[in-house]
Design a protein around this ligand. Structure first.
Ligand SMILES: [Zn+2]
Length: 143
């Protein structure tokens, strides 16, 4: 499981069947909220540029680095997903990931706010999925 400071945040339902990470208290900018972890693995990049995640849920893999042939990342251990593993994407985030591992408050965060980071900031191979970003469907951005 990820290392999460549960004095700062809690996981809660978002109301649409998905979970999110929410501030329990005021979190000052630059506070470290937790570290992502998992089993280090590498995944082959095909000639078409697509990554073979070998059946893993690609949305849960923290990309650390990539070269022409492989994406290197961390895969959460089965049944061991908790805390900041549930953080959602936003193109207008209030957190950022440092070093591929640490979740840090990018600005002051108020109690009850949902935490987000921009998945594009760490993904070496974008998933080409559409982001909701609180926009009308026609304006959804691609991550
Ligand atoms: Zn977006």
């Amino acid at each position: 499981m990820s290392l999460t400071d549960f004095s700062l945040v809690a996981v809660a339902e978002r109301g649409n069947g998905h979970r999110g990470v929410y501030a329990e208290i005021f979190i000052p900018a630059e506070t470290v909220i937790g570290l992502f972890d998992g089993k280090a693995e590498r995944f082959a990049v095909g000639a078409d540029g697509k990554v073979d995640y070998r059946g893993h849920d690609s949305a849960m893999i923290m990309h650390i680095i990539a070269d022409a042939d492989f994406v290197y990342g961390l895969v959460p251990l089965p049944g061991d997903i908790a805390g900041i593993d549930f953080i959602n994407h936003s193109c207008h985030p209030n957190c950022r990931v440092v070093g591929g591992l640490a979740l840090v408050a990018a600005r002051d965060i108020q109690p009850g706010e949902e935490l987000f980071y921009d998945y594009r900031s760490i993904e070496t191979h974008p998933e080409s999925v559409m982001c909701w970003c609180n926009k009308p469907e026609a304006e959804r951005c691609q991550i």
